[in-house]
Design a protein. Sequence first.
Length: 171
Amino acid sequence: MPKTISLDQYLHSAYQPDLDFVDGVLKDRLWGEYNHSVTKRELLIALNTVCEPEGMQVGLSVRVRVSDNRVRIADLCVLLKGWKKTRIIEVPPALCIEVIETVDKLASVTSRISDFIAMGVPEVWTVDPASRSVFITRRNTTKLHMDSTLTLPGTKLNISLADVFSALDED
């Protein structure tokens, strides 16, 4: 059985790379694959281009307290204008984005997405650089995104998937 720690211990500790905290247990996140990193970078650039002028904030690899006993590390998240800055995010972001590593397990990804949705995040994008696909989860429904752009309802957010994925083709 894995060793458990308190939420307070977790919140006052630093891990490299950071870890999810799930019911007192530290859970590894997968980091380090080139395509994962490049995709996160391109999404961050695209998000900042739209979000900054609108007063929205973009979080990168940030702790999100999804419940009393769980903290997840969101690859990226979007916080609407007026968000009160805190050390960890404790209010539902408008959007969370998970970028898949080739060795990610479906159960692990599904658990993270479920936690974000249960917290009240209205939309989660799951981006797979290997297949160059995106799944969008709203409430309890996940669908393969078939359009060439990603949008977030109620915002001016509009991201070209071709632009995001084209960086994977560069030498």
